[in-house]
Write a protein that binds this ligand. Sequence first.
Ligand code: COA
Length: 540
Amino acid sequence: MSRIGAPLDNGSDAVMRNRQAQQQLAERLKKRMDRILQGGGPEAQAKLLKRGKFSVRERISRILDPGSDFLELSALAGWEQIPGSDTPAAGIVTGIGDVHGQPVIFVANDPTVKGGTYFPLTVKKHLRAQEIALACGLPCVYLVDSGGAYLPMQAEVFPDRDHFGRIFRNQARLSALGFAQIACVLGSCTAGGAYVPAMADESVIVRGNGTIFLAGPPLVKAATGEEVEAEELGGADLHCRRSGVADHLAETEIEALEITRRILSHCPPRQRADPRRAAAWEPPYFSGSELPALIPDDIYRSPMDPRQILARLLDGSVLDEFKRLFGPTLICGFGSIEGWPVGVIANNGVLFSECAAKAAHFIELCCQRRIPLLFVQNISGFMVGRKAEAEGIARHGARMVTAVACAAVPKITLIIGGSHGAGNYAMCGRAYDPDFLFTWPSAKISVMGGRQAADTLLQVRQDQLKGQGREALSAEAAKAFREPILESYAEESEALEASARLWDDGVILPQDSRKVLSQALRICSIQRPPSDTHFGVFRM
Ligand code: COA
């Protein structure tokens, strides 16, 4: 048994400093989440209640199995992304929880946020949920209560490939694969939005609150002069008795949610015969509650042995390392999380050529054995410089990137510190389709560190001036030149900001990570359609 990790030196200055810094990050996250959970604010919530509606998260919890943990995704999305408009959670709650014992993905409009309309990030979040459904083989439940496209931004939500229309195309494709598409219409469902229930396998609508139409009464009047009330134009009676657009009429919201739950009981579980979870497992030997004390302020700069982190995430703190003595700045090994087997790849410094070769080999092993991969990112990038280039670091890196891109096993990425340069790519960043990508509040994501970017741009500027025969920037002017770059890098790369742009599936606290990773491994292991990995051409 290869137990890793070492006890924490509780009395040390570093541990106290780390705890304090993590506490501040956690408080900032909590403050933001408290605001996000209020949706459009108390007034909008009161309006909802008056209409006999539940809040968006209450709707979801009433469909879930009692006691089921709901893994909410990207709750921070949309934060301060539209000047002048507050869009908590991007106006749409997505996440995964169990119904009748099998994981189901929910996509639920929040009508308190600008009438549940679709901003660019709302569309991105909806599509991301469908992407997860496709990868993991999940049934989808759409809780619809939306005014459709956010009209002032139609150019950014309507016509392009990954815009509004893609939602309905995805419904058709997911249904074709046998992944149930269930819509429950609890409010407005206008224009393009009308296609969500229309494209669903089965749909439910609430009398009085639910409406489905291609154009609402004001637009009908403008277009044809016809005057008609919303209920008559597209209410529950019309759609369940005459048009056939909806299948089940509910008198109340509670009833609609119950019917939705009942519909899911008819969707057979698609569980794989061999989800290879161990029947029993041990908790980590070292407690996960110690994780915040282990994260240095500048985790991306200070050397930190990731074994200390893994020792607090893996069952029994056990990691069977692969090629421990070769390419030691990348750790590869087999372990498990709450019984789910996992192949771990974790950074322990800069990526060298031999690390990339080792990773490619390890990924091949995991693919052949159908073991999910967990990437733990804290990476400044690949090694640069004359020696590295001459030994072909670009081709070695390409080999690792090929392996990551083609691996058909479930992939989960956890960014705990820096995530920069091609290191972000090779360690299964967002562009490499990890099934789930979570970040810690200490994460920083950018093409390079702010200091390196400022120095690079300053060097380019000084070279330009020299080429023009002009005087170089003085120390003071150089400082003024660097400062705004440092500021924008510091702000943009920060975990909460990255999550607001939906570069991840959520920011999680270090001490919650084991539970979240276990949920994620279960979700992408039990229903995922099996597939063989076919790698492309590996450079020698
Ligand atoms: N685009 C932009 N903003 C919209 C919008 C849309 N499609 N639909 C609603 N809003 C805004 C409203 O202007 C209002 O903004 P405010 O809070 O800054 O005043 C907010 O969303 C809430 O709308 P309100 O009408 O007060 O809420 P409601 O719960 O009574 O009704 C709707 C919500 C969605 C039923 C109603 O606003 C509506 O019918 N909207 C038009 C829908 C439509 O025709 N969409 C076509 C899209 S292709």
